[in-house]
Design a protein around this ligand. Structure first.
Ligand code: ATP
Ligand code: MG
Length: 572
């Protein structure tokens, strides 16, 4: 609990005044701020969640509906004897019950851990064991396919709540329709210490074994501030966050921030498909849209023509997170949507957006923006004695660091104190990402410290090379790694996926090598280019450079629990 907010940080105290706190001074609870508080401010009849199912069916939940449904879920946990602090895991797609379960469990002061519904049994077991899962909320299909056979390996998992009405004769399996639906719609949230654990989030596993980041109820302060500043949320907004609730963006911004800000949160069950998405933007009159580079690159692949005739007149603000947003993607957004994508940067560990291109500032394509109010960032150099030193000069690469504390800062890596401690030095949280700051105070992402390439005395960030390749009309995606070289130490190798209509072959390879050399200079440009149908990605849409590298060098592939599209499958 080293990183509690101190009163000295006046901007966070401003944010405190935007929230209510539990009645009678009973603390601060994320779900209360997200749901019940709005009933006292005349917003009970406003639509909190508009759910759009896979086949286009719609359901709307007002803030009052959501307050009652989450009360029922909190009562159901109570009826099962589940205690505050115990862990409630959710494993399902974007169904309305997921939102009710997450917020209801927070009301009951349980700890919520979302899991990707696409996880197989092994990643589920590992996380459930590590996180000490007491309750699992899932669908009957997922239970059948992924949980039933591994349940005996999880003796701590006492209750499984399955969405649906059909009674079950399996011990500890409770149909929602039997347990939750009949529960009382009245519930009083118990005293919630702002420092008590609220969410346990596993990281994306891009660089290795996922870590369990611990977040507390006080994080809601950051959710409201970043919702307003970084995502520009105003009272009448209709907001859509495309992230899966199995990772942190899908909860911090797919559930909590929009509701805390009192807007209408649109939830789309369907997976990514440009045509469906454009239909949602138009029909639902989305005003603020939060998505990710991997989706933007797929839309680019399809071309701006697909947007012709789509009415985007309601759309005001578009933001992106999760990976570096190539400058080409910002430029394309402007052309295709008539508005730019606003890049922002954060991590599972930071609990909320830390650096962003907010509405009021000019965007520099390729920059992730500036630190948000209440956040102090720096580019630091690690010294040999374990200390760090901020680099004052502009345009010098170093590690991106954030001054502790802030409300949504992780309070630990579960069961990994040493790994947690190593993230801090001299009052700074060290992010593991490399960046530089320009003379105007904008931050520029260089690469993950693990991915940076050292070639003939140069430090090369993969992002710069990938962005240069993306400027070529044939390139849909690029992933860049360093491979050992007897002369240079390492040389740059690029894996490239092409847009439809382009032929992989020697001519194009030469053309791309030439293009990169012209753009980047011979020292930084790739020496080798290999064409792939797809690049390996995490389920949160990040290119797994470590896997490209492991496969290239014939090294062990490491933890692949979060791997989504396996390039081997797509390769010819
Ligand atoms: P793991 O920590 O398990 O390796 P991960 O770091 O990918 O996985 P997340 O917390 O989901 O897990 O992702 C945070 C990371 O994503 C950041 O540290 C950064 O490397 C990258 N990232 C997120 N947003 C941006 C952005 N706007 N620009 C550049 N990189 C970004
Ligand atoms: Mg990380």
């Amino acid at each position: 609990m080293d990183h509690a907010v101190t009163a000295a940080q006046f901007s966070w105290n401003d944010a405190r005044r935007w929230l209510d706190g539990l009645p009678g001074g009973a603390g601060l609870n994320i779900a209360y701020e997200a749901v019940d508080r709005h009933l006292l401010h005349g917003r009970g009849d406003k639509v909190a969640i508009r759910w759009i199912g896979k086949s286009g069916e719609r359901q709307e939940f007002t803030y009052t509906d959501l307050a009652q449904a989450t009360n029922q879920f909190a009562n159901a946990l109570h009826d099962l004897g589940v205690m505050p602090g115990e862990r409630v895991f959710v494993l399902m797609g974007r169904l309305p019950e997921l939102y009710v379960a997450v917020l209801g469990a927070l009301k009951a002061r349980c700890v919520v851990t979302p899991l990707f519904s696409a996880f197989g049994p092994e990643p589920i077991v590992t996380r459930a064991e590590m996180g000490d899962a007491r309750v699992l909320v899932t669908t009957p299909e997922l239970y059948q396919r992924k949980i039933r056979d591994v349940r005996e390996r999880l003796p701590g998992l006492k209750h499984v709540i399955v969405v649906g009405a059909a009674p079950s004769d399996e011990p500890g399996v409770h149909p929602w329709g039997v347990l939750v639906s009949p529960a009382s719609t009245r519930y009083t949230i118990g005293h919630t210490d702002p420092e008590s654990m609220a969410l346990l989030h596993f990281t994306s596993g891009t660089t290795g074994r996922p870590k369990g980041a611990v977040h507390v109820h006080e994080a809601v302060l950051a959710h409201v501030v970043t919702g307003r500043y970084a995502l520009d949320l105003h009272d009448d907004d209709v907001f859509w966050c495309t992230a899966d609730p199995g990772w942190v963006t899908g909860t911090s911004y797919g559930i909590i921030a929009p509701l805390v800000c009192g807007v209408t949160n649109v939830v789309v069950e369907a997976e990514f498909d440009p045509q469906t998405w454009y239909g949602v933007l138009e029909r639902e009159r989305i005003t603020v849209w939060y998505t990710a580079p991997t989706a933007i690159r797929m839309m680019m692949k399809l071309g701006a023509e697909a947007l012709q005739g789509v009415d985007l007149s309601a759309l005001r603000f578009m933001a992106s997170v999760g990976e570096p947003l190539n400058p080409e993607a910002v430029v394309w957004g402007l052309k295709a949507f008539g508005r730019p994508f606003h890049d922002n940067w954060w991590q599972t560990e930071t609990g909320g957006i830390m650096v962003s291109n907010y509405a009021a500032m000019d965007i520099k394509p390729g920059s992730m923006g500036k630190p948000l109010p209440g956040i102090t960032a720096a580019v630091v150099r690690r010294l040999a004695d374990g200390h760090v030193e901020p680099i004052e000069a502009p345009d010098v690469d170093g590690e991106l660091a954030l001054k502790t504390p802030w409300p949504s800062m992780m309070r630990g890596y579960l069961h990994e104190d040493e790994r947690y401690r190593k993230c801090f030095a001299d009052g700074w949280y060290l992010t593991g990402d490399l960046a530089h700051r320009d003379a105007d105070g904008y931050y520029w992402f260089v690469g993950r410290a693990d991915d940076v390439i050292k070639s003939a005395g140069h430090l090369i960030g993969p992002f710069e090379v990938e962005s240069a390749l993306m400027e070529h009309p044939a390139v849909a995606e690029a992933g860049v790694i360093g491979i050992p070289d007897p002369m240079a130490g390492e040389v740059v190798k690029a894996f490239v996926a092409l847009k439809p209509g382009f032929e992989a072959g020697e001519t194009l390879r030469r053309e791309l090598l030439g293009h990169a050399r012209k753009r980047l200079g011979a020292a930084v440009a790739p020496k080798q280019i290999e064409f792939r149908d797809n690049l390996p990605k995490t389920r949160s849409g990040k290119i797994m450079r470590r896997l490209l590298k492991a496969r290239e060098l014939g090294l062990p592939e490491g933890d692949l629990s979060t791997l989504e599209s396996d390039e081997k499958k797509g390769a010819p």
